[in-house]
Design a protein around this ligand. Structure first.
Ligand code: NAD
Length: 552
């Protein structure tokens, strides 16, 4: 009956409330988060099992999805389920403090780690693309990237605009699952925002979830609205339907130079993500199927054209940065030799946070009751009364973020604070202050869990950008520490061949066991970020290592 109600639902549904369907809260948490990832309110395309980020999936096929649900429902507390690229392949004997699920997605031996090889395997049903949090069942909708985007825009404002983004115009492409956070992050940071997406449905979804204020098909109207808002210093966001390359070309012709320029189209995937110039969406979808190689060539050329316009706007004064979609590399392959003149956002704005073990900590109320998130928000404010930046964030998020699926919250926390927050949540569950257990997780885009030379590890001080021992150690640390589920993926964010990364999720179910696991995992996980950056020679990470008594 459970399968009938939740897994056979055409758009999937996650159960809510305090009732347990599986044999433990750890298995139940994995079950709910898996179904939540796929549910209509959360996933970009539930019918195709696509959660976000191009073709980032939670399960390989609908049959695999149903089997995963079946197995999680019957999983014992001394068993762990093995998932290979979205397919359940077996159960192993383990123990109560071991992860309930062990996930490996999209991993290929380096020599074969290309989109071409991966796509062949995918077509034969042997693999799926897990992105970062799609295949590791901790995607929480667009909010998941909201604070990171806000921190990035705010840092750009601090560095280049005296901390004031009013009267500043920020332009970007891509308003999909993650890119859709840009309009809200930009307006929260005080800027006027103009975003461009080729797919009107994507912009409509942002309107429905209150991430964007206005939508138009008309370039002239979009520019008029954006410039008027910029003049008045109004933090308004406008979504324009179109090709981002075309829109940048028109801005150049009209002599309009955005103050800040970036991009979040799904450029990491030249075939199943980026839409080439001069093509409407249905044409693009048809060509993807009929002639993927021609599509790829067109895509690379279009990215080169797109980046060429970005470079010209950069010359004219736009603060321009790559926002983690590997656009520069594919533009280079398409013929734009200067693409890497555009800096990446991590070395520009985020690395100092990584040196403090800071990253995108997130949590989800399994009860499904938004009140539970309110309780956690208030408890965190009391726990960290000195952290004004965090309190400001939580206050804004409470008012401006519409939940998608199970209510959740993201809040960047660092070494020390993550452990304290985790123990606090476990206490709230134990004392019945929230109505069901809380799931705690993070993005793979974190301080110590990823090797990605064009993103998280771009331009490391010691040149160790491509060393992927670190995410493997992170996976092993979180497995030995007793996270509730762990994952290791390839190709997230920037595409096949360009990244390897690890995920972890831990459940606060109010038990002493959870306290023990939280103490280990939420200590070790951010510590990996400090180890990684201290080892690469970052002084603040070395100082933090001493402050927190890490055995470096
Ligand atoms: P998505 O697939 O949900 O959305 C991508 C959007 O780009 C779609 O709406 C698509 O219509 C649009 N698009 C494609 N080609 C276009 C074109 N030529 N002009 C205008 N719009 C176009 O992907 P997402 O989850 O939003 O992720 C976007 C990118 O950002 C991906 O490459 C992803 O890997 C990367 N990413 C970055 C971060 C980060 O922290 N910076 C985090 C997650 C993902």
């Amino acid at each position: 009956q459970f399968i009938q109600t939740y897994a056979n639902h055409p758009m999937y549904l996650a159960p809510r409330g305090p009732q347990l369907h599986a044999k433990s809260w750890q298995a139940e948490a994995a079950l709910r988060m898996f179904l939540n990832n796929l549910s209509e309110e959360v996933a970009e395309d539930p019918e195709r099992l696509v959660v976000y980020g191009g073709i980032g999936q939670a399960a390989r096929t609908p049959q695999d999805a149903r089997k995963i649900v079946e197995l999680l429902l019957t999983l014992e507390e001394d068993e762990s389920l093995l998932i290979q690229s979205g397919k359940p392949v077996g159960k192993i004997r383990s123990h109560a403090e071991a992860p309930r699920v062990l996930i490996a997605n999209s991993n290929l031996v380096p020599h074969w780690a290309t989109w071409e090889h991966f796509n062949q395997l995918r077509e034969r049903g042997l693999m799926m693309y897990g992105q970062m949090t799609a295949g590791s069942w901790i995607y929480i909708g667009t909010q998941g990237i909201l604070q990171g985007t806000y921190e990035t825009f705010a840092a750009c404002g601090r560095i280049h605009f005296n901390g004031d983004l009013r009267h500043k115009l920020l332009v970007s492409g891509g308003l999909g699952g993650m890119g859709g956070a840009q309009p809200l992050a930009a307006t929260m940071a005080g800027a006027t925002f103009l975003g461009v997406d080729i797919d009107p449905e994507r912009i409509r979804k942002r309107l429905e979830t209150r991430y964007i204020d206005k939508m138009t098909y008309d370039y002239r109207e979009a520019v008029r609205l954006a410039l008027a808002a910029k003049d008045k210093g109004e933090a308004v966001s406008i979504g324009l339907v179109g090709d981002i390359g075309d829109v940048l070309e028109k801005l150049l012709q009209d002599g309009i130079t955005p103050d800040i320029l970036t991009d979040q189209t799904s450029a990491h995937d030249p075939i199943n993500g980026y839409v080439p110039h001069g093509m409407c969406l249905p044409q693009a979808l048809a060509l993807r199927k009929s002639d993927p190689e021609q599509y790829r060539q067109l895509s690379l050329k279009s990215m080169a054209r797109h980046v060429g316009f970005m470079l010209e706007l950069q010359r004219r004064g736009s603060r321009t940065f790559d926002y983690g979609n590997n656009l520069r590399e594919f533009a280079k392959q398409g013929g734009e030799t200067q693409a890497f003149q555009i800096p990446g956002f991590v070395p520009e704005y985020i690395r100092p946070l990584f040196c403090e073990g800071k990253g995108p900590f997130r949590w989800v109320a399994l009860s499904g009751d938004p009140e539970d998130i309110k309780v956690t928000d208030e408890a965190l404010k009391k726990l960290f009364p000195q952290d004004k930046h965090m309190i400001h964030w939580l206050q804004q998020a409470a008012v401006r973020v519409a939940f998608q699926g199970l209510p959740s919250r993201i809040c960047w926390l660092g070494m020390g604070d993550r452990e304290k927050a985790g123990l606090l949540f476990n206490q709230l569950v134990r004392e019945g202050k929230v109505k069901a257990p809380i799931v705690i997780g993070r993005d793979h885009l974190d301080c110590g869990s990823v090797a990605s030379p064009y993103r998280e590890t771009e331009g490391m001080l010691d040149g160790s950008d491509a060393v992927s021992d670190w995410p493997l150690l992170n996976l092993m640390a979180n497995t030995s520490g007793g996270a509730t589920w762990v994952s290791f993926h390839h190709g997230g964010g920037v595409g096949m061949g360009y990244s390897q990364h690890a995920g972890m999720v831990i459940v606060a179910d109010g038990t002493d066991r959870a306290d023990r696991c939280i103490r280990r995992v939420l200590h070790n996980d951010p510590a990996m970020g400090i180890f990684r950056h201290a080892d690469a020679g970052y002084e603040t990470a070395q100082e933090n290592s001493d402050t927190f008594g890490l055995s470096l």
